[in-house]
Design a protein around this ligand. Sequence first.
Ligand code: CA
Length: 226
Amino acid sequence: MATILVVEDEHELAALIRRQLEAEGHTALTVHDGRTALLLAEQARPDLVILDWMLPELDGLAVMRRLRERSAVPILMLTARDDEADRVLGLEVGADDYLTKPFSLRELLARVRAILRRIELLTRPPTTVDTSPIVHDRLAIDPLARRVTIDQQVVDLTVKEYDLLLLLARNPGRSFSRAYLLDHIWGDDYEGGDRTVDTHIVRLRRKLGEQGERISTVWGVGYRFE
Ligand code: CA
């Protein structure tokens, strides 16, 4: 079972969430402010963070940015208003999912289960090393030559663009979170902001033209190759 960090300044709600998570067999840690959350995230290495947007001093958004600087831990954001939810959804903040208050505990647990299932899937290696060419209609990838062609015309990609495309195209239909992609494509090279994956996807789509439409954005998750 998972270790889950609950960051919520409403003490009663935090306790309620903790009891529900514990009833599911998880270890739940509750903190009531952003600074303690960052400290505890460092020490306890949680598998998931449930993070309230409205916190005293350091708000949820700031906590998420700091967390993202050093960790790919999945984050479920709790928001009080729809406009916050829009920012979680549409912006660079890097949450894996969100819930708008008020929410039911059943809904919260369902989201938690979904995220934990997803990370369990993602921590398994996608495939063993495979050098066979990948062909999707007009798009072909030759892993031995590290070459991508569309209708036999070579598409000029950077190393990271190529690695992204290879991972996605090798696993069609599977959704990859931004955090996973950052971890597996960039790893220790990672220096950019939260938007690194998004900007690479934009460039990759542009270079692939019509074939770029195969890379779809998965709401609340990341990207998937169709
Ligand atoms: Ca709050």
